[in-house]
Design a protein around this ligand. Structure first.
Ligand SMILES: [Zn+2]
Length: 274
């Protein structure tokens, strides 16, 4: 759990949330006295909490942050490396009203292993009810198991840095009147899986050519105009030069693939509304 990125946020970005909360409230942790938001256990270690969203300004309430018990918190972060089927089995245990701390106590490792194998095979597994489950918000149920989500910007619920909202993007695009090629690039990007594509993939999709440098020039020109129109402060390279694309997307180097751009959600929504 420690020193690890999560949902596209570095460890350093994740750790900054604690002093930010202290500064705002004078307290050490939020959710004092609240039960675990995953299993409902009231015997929760004080100070244990989890965030899905570490973008600034930080939020210390759902759906960005949640109170959790130690067991649920540990399983949530270890779900990427857990044996196949174990996170699904843990979710079934929660559905049955089980507390996180009871998961390993109720069944021996061989029994758990067998249940996991059945889940992986696609068999239906029914766990007997443990207690009535009071918590209705099952935010934990749809968490991804894709380890790429640890670092990828597409996993961030919000961009790391605030971008213009959908209305602002719509107004700016209407005023600027993008060229036909720029429109095709925007559309291809907005409809890419996870809003994410390399410049090469965008060039192939929008321009019909394997020419990432051409796409970069056309798209970058639009990004530059949007940046000035919306008075946005672009990201900077180490040499201080502006990254015009940063108004449109957040970039990253995926393992064994070309550099990729994830379009920010507010612009995606603007493109789909055009
Ligand atoms: Zn719990």
């Amino acid at each position: 759990m420690s020193n690890m990125p999560y949902n596209g946020y570095s460890w350093a970005q994740r750790m900054k949330i604690i002093p930010a909360f202290r500064k705002l409230t004078g307290k050490d942790a939020p959710f004092d006295g609240e039960p675990c938001s995953i299993c409902g256990d009231r015997e929760r270690a004080p100070g244990e909490w989890h965030s899905e969203d570490y973008s600034e300004p930080y939020s210390f309430e759902p759906p960005e942050s949640y109170p959790v018990c130690k067991s649920c918190h540990m399983r949530l972060h270890k779900r990427f490396n857990a044996p196949p089927g174990e996170w699904a089995l843990f979710c079934l245990h929660l559905d049955a009203g089980g507390y996180g701390a009871e998961f390993a106590k109720l069944r021996t490792p061989p029994v758990r292993r067998e249940l996991c194998e059945r889940l992986v095979r696609g068999d239906h597994v029914d766990l007997p009810a443990i207690r009535f489950r009071r918590i209705q918000d099952d935010w934990w149920r749809h968490l991804t198991l894709d380890p790429e989500s640890l670092e990828a910007p597409w996993a961030r619920p919000r961009p790391l840095r605030q971008r213009p909202d959908t209305e602002q993007f719509l107004a700016a695009l209407t005023a600027l009147g993008p060229s036909e090629k720029q429109r095709r690039l925007l559309k291809a990007h907005a409809s890419a899986p996870r809003r994410t594509a390399s410049m090469r993939a965008l060039a192939l999709e929008a321009l019909g050519k394997n020419e990432p440098a051409t796409a970069n020039l056309i798209y970058g020109t639009l990004a530059h105009r949007l940046t000035e129109r919306l008075n946005f402060k672009p990201d900077q390279r180490d040499d201080g030069s502006p990254v015009w694309m940063s108004i449109i997307a957040e970039g990253w180097y995926p393992p064994r693939r070309e550099f990729e751009w994830t379009m920010v959600p507010s612009l995606r929504d603007a493109i789909l509304a055009l």
